[in-house]
Design a binder for this molecule. Structure first.
Ligand SMILES: [Zn+2]
Length: 412
């Protein structure tokens, strides 16, 4: 039996009915609605005969037995943000169910095929994204911080996850799940405007952006707005303002998808009658290439020194967070390109701005690739999130095609 992509779209609508309301999807991890979605998923997979297991981090696995080689993993996340969209995360899960059904009806696959529904990708309740996948990848190292987190109602993270049989003490034992993994495939909505602007349904994701986040502190001198001549001012905001505009030119110069954002500036004393004495500016810079990311940062720092001397003020930089770019597997990128071209004619390669579970799996050393399907208006994390049904169906067919190619690669 070939796959039935229209069934996936129908099942996604069914899930929306079951776990959403007039404000959108409500499948926040570690809640009753999330558990209802996991129970529902179990009924959908049942006919394939895949064996279910919930690991130490709360990830839900379904395994179809196969030959002795390393397993093919298909993954997604059924959890959503509050008032979320109907596709983010669960499209991947339901498309993978369809692939599993197809494979289950054929002779036993050459290697085991496993569907994973990652626990708490969104981090919506406790502010910590990629919970289950980072535990399985072995990169979860912030257990002490996690133990202190609480939701808006004061329920602690350890209590909330404990209700689902998960404990921070042994969550990283989920690592054993990736020991025999040969490849990881994830389909996701793009959540951005690129594919729509190119009028393409599907694209191959090259990897996830590296990120540099900095706090830039500008120091001048508070002075009376009426009595201080323009030429005598040491205005901290002038430096921040120049940098906020200069990062556009820097992103253009570095190119290849570089993005820079000055997300906030806090001024002190912050009153209308004083020149600004200190301006604290937050900067976020992203690139897929580690050297180019370093160049983005270096150019911004150099520009800030120039602006500081022009304005007769001081500037200081502090890194607040960073992550290196994560590049997906070259062989799988080629296979994904082929799979998309065969299904829809044209492929496109693009980086991912947001992080995904796939980044964690890739970091753990498992060959990984993602497919993106077009998002209408680039919207996500809102009930307005949408993708044309015909594009959703193409994405299921592309994932299925890629799964076949990957199985051949793993057993070859
Ligand atoms: Zn997602």
């Amino acid at each position: 039996m070939p796959i039935d992509p229209a069934r996936t779209v129908a099942e996604l609508r069914e899930l929306r009915e079951l776990t959403g309301d007039e404000d959108g999807a409500q499948r926040v991890a570690w809640t009753e609605t999330w558990e209802r979605a996991r129970d529902w998923l179990r009924t959908k997979v049942a006919s394939t005969g895949a064996v279910e297991e919930i690991d130490e981090a709360g990830n839900q696995w379904f395994t179809l037995a196969g030959g002795g080689g390393k397993a093919l993993l298909l993954g997604g996340h059924i959890d959503s943000v509050p008032n979320g969209g109907w596709l983010d995360g669960c499209l991947n899960v339901m498309a993978a169910v369809e692939v599993l059904r197809r494979i289950a009806e054929e002779d036993a696959p050459p290697v085991p095929v496993r569907l994973v529904n990652w626990a708490d990708e969104e981090g919506a309740r406790f502010g910590r994204s990629l919970f289950g996948s980072s535990a399985a990848a072995g990169s979860m190292k912030d257990q002490d911080e996690l133990a202190k987190l609480a939701d808006r109602d004061g329920v602690s993270l350890p209590d909330a996850i404990g209700r689902y049989g998960v404990s921070l003490d042994n969550a990283t034992e989920a690592r054993s799940q990736l020991e025999n993994a040969g490849a990881y495939l994830e389909l996701h909505i793009e959540q951005g405007p690129v594919l729509e602007s190119l009028d393409l349904p599907l694209g191959v994701v090259l990897g996830t952006f590296g990120v540099e986040r900095s706090r830039v502190t500008w120091r001048g001198q508070a002075a009376h707005a009426g009595s201080t001549p323009m030429g005598r001012r040491r205005d901290a905001l002038a430096g921040a303002a120049k940098l906020a505009l200069e990062i556009r030119a820097i992103a253009r110069e570095v190119g290849d998808g570089a993005v820079c954002t000055s997300g906030n500036v806090v001024c002190r004393p912050g009153i209308v009658t004083s020149v600004v004495e200190t301006a604290e500016q937050l900067l976020d810079q992203r690139h897929l290439d580690a050297d180019q990311l370093a160049r983005l940062l270096a150019l911004a720092k150099a520009a800030s020194e120039r602006f500081a001397s022009e304005e007769n003020i001081e500037v200081g930089w502090e890194r607040i967070w960073n992550i290196e770019p994560i590049l997906f597997d070259e062989t799988l990128i080629e296979l994904a390109d082929e799979a998309i071209r065969e299904v829809s004619g044209t492929s496109h390669r693009l980086p991912s701005g947001p992080l995904h579970d796939a980044a964690e799996v890739s970091r753990a050393g498992v060959p990984t690739v993602m497919l993106f399907v077009q998002s209408l208006r680039g919207l996500s994390h809102t009930k307005l999130e949408d993708t044309k049904p015909e594009h959703l169906e193409l994405s299921v067919a592309a994932l299925d095609n890629l799964a076949s190619k990957t199985l051949a690669w793993l057993s070859g």
